[in-house]
Design a protein around this ligand. Structure first.
Ligand code: C2O
Ligand code: CU
Length: 473
């Protein structure tokens, strides 16, 4: 499957079918990979979230930019990224989804001391997987991410993928007040027990987007990153048929999303391939309609008047080369159940929290009766310990009335089933979106030694107890 469908530039040329495609394909601009280390500052800044001509907003940002600079790495090539803290509080950086050594994982108190104001920390790792990832703080996460500290990481495939353009949309959700500043009130307890801090302004690559220029006939790889604190998205591309080619950085069998909607929980990434089959000069809306009655336009695909660059879309689907993930041995796996508990119920009470043990005040959520709150995880005892190399099946049971994107650090997990039914496509994920009452089984080889967070990526939920630690010893 991989070898027949993989659309490498070479195989296209060999097949002789891709002449137009090959001609239109341009290699990405020469990338300055700083082997000596790339320095990124975490700093207060001003950003034009509403677009040109509007007032700027006070943010915290990497290199003063929202989103932070795109970090381009290459699969299998050592990277060195130095984070310098110019904030007035401690920070760290988590390289979300990248399977890296535990001391580089960016969890303060668990994998490294926090980076104090004025200090820096060098993250060194060799990304084993190509794909779309992102980076964000793991200290005071709710506020630091909510004020703008986030950026994308692209780990490039060894051989370029044959598309006309490789685009990235980092989507972020902000709660702005009437003055256009970020609203105070991070960590509202009521909100934390419900949907989390869903905002009122969605930006695409750092500003509210009215249009994205397109050319008819193009084949585009579009990397979607949901960098929101709490907003789940369900994207529809009017007049287009996006094909999902990777989830959370991991290639999958190309398929059209269910109902044409791309469901993107906070912290998830989905790469889609779109053949731009619209009419020159026309515009097509991209809509997020996840929340009933609250749909809005994310942007519009604005076609130039130019004629299509090719008469027909390329025959072969875009299929990406697989990453070197260890295959779990399901027959021999150890099995555990983790139950997500808590949150506000219909009647207004808190569910399932009787006899809950906790590590801090303000817990609204728990996993198997334990609440790990905040993000200073000093002295945490792991909920589960695995022998290195063991295959593990985790059954995640969402007992709550809320959605949760559950993220495991340090590993990518194979999704086996949802509510008892096998999933239609084989899929590796590091962040699994669970609907209320969902039960999802995931499997992985516990091959990466260290203490790893497992938590909900709705930041209010994490801070209020929906978090635990798994140890690979
Ligand atoms: Cu992107 Cu612990 O998270
Ligand atoms: Cu959650």
């Amino acid at each position: 499957m991989e070898s027949t469908c993989r659309l490498s530039r070479r195989s296209l040329l060999q097949a002789g079918a891709g002449l137009l495609l090959a001609k239109a394909f341009e290699p990405l601009p020469a990338r300055a990979l700083e082997r000596s280390g790339r320095r990124i500052l975490a700093t207060p800044a001003r950003a034009g979230l509403a677009g040109p001509g509007h007032a700027k907003t006070d943010v915290w940002a990497y290199d003063g930019m929202v989103p932070g600079p795109l970090v381009r790495l290459r699969q299998g090539v050592p990277a060195r990224l130095i984070i310098e803290n110019r904030l007035d509080q401690e920070t760290t950086v988590h390289w979300h989804g990248i399977r890296l050594p535990n001391p580089m994982d960016g969890v303060p108190g668990l994998t490294q001391p926090p980076i104090k104001p004025g200090e820096s920390f060098a993250y060194e790792f060799t990304p084993p997987d190509a794909g779309t990832f992102w980076y964000h703080p793991h200290a005071n996460s709710l506020e630091q991410l909510g004020r703008g500290l986030a950026g994308a990481v692209i780990v490039e495939e060894g051989e370029p993928v044959a598309v006309d353009r490789d685009l990235l949309w980092l989507l972020a959700d902000w709660r702005l007040n009437a003055q256009g500043e970020i609203a105070a009130g991070f960590g509202n307890r009521m909100e934390a027990a419900m949907s989390g801090r869903v905002g009122n302004t969605v930006t695409l690559n750092g500003s509210v987007s009215k249009e994205e220029p397109m050319r008819a006939g193009e084949r585009v790889r579009l990397r979607l990153v949901n960098g929101s604190l709490a907003r789940v998205m369900a994207l529809r591309f009017e007049g287009h048929r996006p094909v999902v080619v990777a989830v959370d950085g991991q290639p999958c069998e190309p398929h059209e999303p269910e109902g044409g909607r791309i469901l993107l929980g906070p912290a998830m990434r989905i790469d889609i391939a779109i053949d731009m089959q619209g009419q020159p000069g026309r515009r097509y809306r991209v809509i997020d309609d996840f929340y009933d009655g609250l749909s809005y336009g994310v942007t519009e695909l604005a076609y130039s008047e130019n004629p299509p660059i090719r008469a027909h879309p390329p025959d072969a689907p875009l299929s990406l080369p697989r990453n070197p993930l260890p295959e779990p041995d399901l027959a021999d796996a150890e099995r555990h159940e983790l139950t997500l508990q808590g949150g506000m119920m219909g009647g207004g009470g808190m569910a399932g929290m009787g006899g809950m043990m906790g590590t801090g005040g303000g817990a609204a959520w728990a996993i198997n009766g334990m609440s790990m709150t905040g993000d200073g995880h000093v002295g945490m005892e792991p909920a589960l310990t695995f022998q290195r190399g063991r295959s593990v099946v985790l059954r995640l049971r969402n007992e709550t009335a809320w959605w949760h994107p559950m993220h495991l650090h340090g590993h990518s997990t194979l999704v086996l089933s949802r509510n008892g039914a096998p999933v239609p496509y084989r899929q590796w994920q590091d962040t699994v979106l669970m609907a209320p009452r969902d039960t999802v089984e995931i499997a992985f080889v516990a091959d990466n030694p260290g203490d790893w967070m497992l938590h909900c990526h709705i930041m209010d939920h994490q801070m209020a107890g929906l978090m635990t630690v798994l140890r690979v010893a």
